[in-house]
Ligand binder design. Structure first.
Ligand code: ADP
Ligand code: MG
Length: 240
């Protein structure tokens, strides 16, 4: 579903992604871990072209990621993204947040979009909050609304960039539960997270990044129980 080859990204002089290759199979759940500043967010942003790379190629479901225009809008629709900071439109209801893009980008009718939006909000457990404004919801509910909004575009892949890092601890579980459910339903997912319990349970593969490179990757049990590199061992000693 995703094939990234030889990705290199510089911010000015700063070489932030160094020859990153990443394949994600259909239905696979890849959890990306690593120290702060290692390039995890940049990698996610390059996968859906929120950032461009100076060198390398991203192919989504067989289609090389385009640079601009209608094809780029299509790519963004196919690759859903959920951020640490929810990014809901504050001036519209939760329902309207979910309805907006399917109507504007996919050309869905308001009636159809609203019906599927209500189903999605039920699915993430906040059906009763549909007509409220985001600010009236808890952080965990807002993040679940953001997930519903991304799902409304029927994406082929979902990228999650530290989706629980801004949440109060008691709300982390409800968001991870929704993500675990999505994974069980077969969604292809790339998840950047510090929640090692989630990684161990939900990941098909853990990718460890440091200094802009993929240093090590493997099945969760192998990675957590017998990391192969000093850098992965150091990282795990700090977070576990
Ligand atoms: P992570 O998500 O693993 O914490 P990031 O991908 O956010 O890491 O950042 C990787 C490196 O790139 C960091 O050193 C960060 O300061 C730098 N960086 C990220 N975004 C920008 C930007 N827009 N401009 C300049 N430097 C950036
Ligand atoms: Mg980050």
């Amino acid at each position: 579903m995703i094939r990234a080859r030889g990705l290199n990204k510089w911010f000015g002089e700063h070489h932030v992604l160094r020859d990153v290759d990443l394949d994600v199979a259909r239905g696979e759940v890849v959890v990306v871990v690593g120290p702060s500043g290692s390039g995890k967010s940049t990698l996610c942003r390059c996968l859906n072209r929120l950032e461009t790379v100076q060198r390398g190629e991203v192919v989504i479901d067989g289609v090389p990621a385009p640079l601009e225009g209608r094809e780029l809008a299509k790519l963004r629709a196919d690759v859903g993204m959920v951020f640490q900071s929810f990014n809901l439109f504050q001036h519209m209801s939760v329902l309207d947040n979910v309805v907006l893009a399917p109507v504007k980008v996919r050309g869905a009718s308001r009636t159809d979009a609203e019906k599927s939006a209500r189903e999605l909000l039920e699915r993430v457990g906040i059906g009763a909050q549909a007509d409220k404004l985001p600010a009236q919801l808890s952080g965990g509910q807002q993040q679940r609304a953001a997930i519903a909004r991304a799902l409304a575009m029927t994406p082929k892949v979902m990228l999650f960039d530290e989706p629980t890092s801004a949440l109060d601890p008691e709300m982390v579980g409800e968001v991870l539960d929704v993500m675990t459910g999505l994974a069980a339903d077969g969604m292809t997912m790339v998840v950047v997270t510090h929640e090692m319990g989630f990684a161990r349970k939900a990941a098909d593969r853990v990718v460890f990044m440091a200094d802009g490179q993929i240093v090590e990757q493997g099945a969760p049990a192998a990675f957590f129980d017998s990391p192969q590199t000093d850098r992965a061992r150091d990282f795990l000693a700090k977070v576990l």
